[in-house]
Design a binder for this molecule. Structure first.
Ligand code: MF3
Ligand code: CO
Ligand code: CO
Length: 251
């Protein structure tokens, strides 16, 4: 991605803030018995009412306005009419387009009473994202980020998903560079000041393969753990500056 002008940085801040506020808003609706289609509608309406568009809707044929990934779903879960159940964990991944700029962020939510194992997974995934963000250094590399994530996750006895990761973001939803959740310090693409990336590690409890599923009418795939063990993910959009970084997706 090309470096952003100061006015474009403002655009990314506004889009990021709206995406984060959307996650704040949807939180109160995440309850036993709600369907992911209902959450989709809430995200859709909130986004439009703030003058933005939901980026997923129609993106490479994706049929919904948000991704909702429940339990063993690793990412890109498609909202449907199934009700959330007590003990479920769900990742809600919101991307809005405001004045042409993308804000992309996701969080984990607990439905009713969740097992300690799942809560631990959520916490490890959150800290993994934070470790990845803390490794963002202008003119450092994507490998620095992946190394930091994987080092932490491995120490905790969990597994970072390798097939999918973060991405460049700005006026386009997904661009260079790929931001892996594993890697070697100093390897990978350089982090250019005044560009944005996402850091969005997906963390599993087991090292079983992941399974890819197609979505009718779309080239986007969704992913599940093969052994149906739970998976967790958090995501922020990050601006690389001359001196360090700033998180765009904050309320
Ligand atoms: N928000 C997802 C990401 O973090 C991408 C979703 S693409 C979609 O990159 F088409 F599935 F919405
Ligand atoms: Co993303
Ligand atoms: Co996302």
């Amino acid at each position: 991605m090309e470096p952003l002008q100061p006015s474009e940085v403002k655009g990314m801040e506004k889009a990021g803030q709206l995406a984060s506020r959307t996650l704040d808003h949807v939180e109160k609706y995440v309850k036993v018995g709600v369907t992911t289609n209902e959450l989709n509608q809430i995200v859709h309406d909130f986004t439009l009412s703030h003058g933005a568009k939901p980026a997923p809707l129609g993106y490479n044929g994706f049929p919904k306005s948000v991704c909702t990934s429940v339990n063993e779903c690793i990412c890109h879960g498609v909202p449907d009419d199934k009700k959330l159940a007590d003990g479920d964990i769900i990742n809600i991944d919101v991307t809005c387009i405001l004045d042409g700029f993308h804000g992309d962020t996701s969080r984990m939510y607990e439905v009713g009473t969740v097992s300690q194992d799942k809560r631990d997974l959520i916490e490890v995934a959150r800290t993994a994202m934070e470790k990845g963000i803390a490794a963002v250094v202008p003119l450092g590399t994507t490998g620095d980020i992946g190394f930091a994530i994987n080092k932490f996750v491995t120490k905790k006895g969990y597994y970072a998903v390798r097939e999918i990761g973060g991405h460049g973001i700005g006026k386009t939803f997904h661009g260079d560079p790929f931001v892996p959740s594993f890697g070697k310090k100093g390897k990978g693409d350089r982090l250019r000041p005044w560009t944005c990336i996402t850091v969005e590690p997906m963390i599993n409890v087991t090292n079983e393969p992941i399974v890819e599923f197609s979505i009718p009418g779309s080239t986007i795939k969704y992913y599940e753990t093969q052994d149906k063990s739970p998976s967790a993910q958090w995501e922020h959009t990050i601006l690389i500056t001359d001196e360090g970084y700033e998180i765009m997706t904050v309320s």
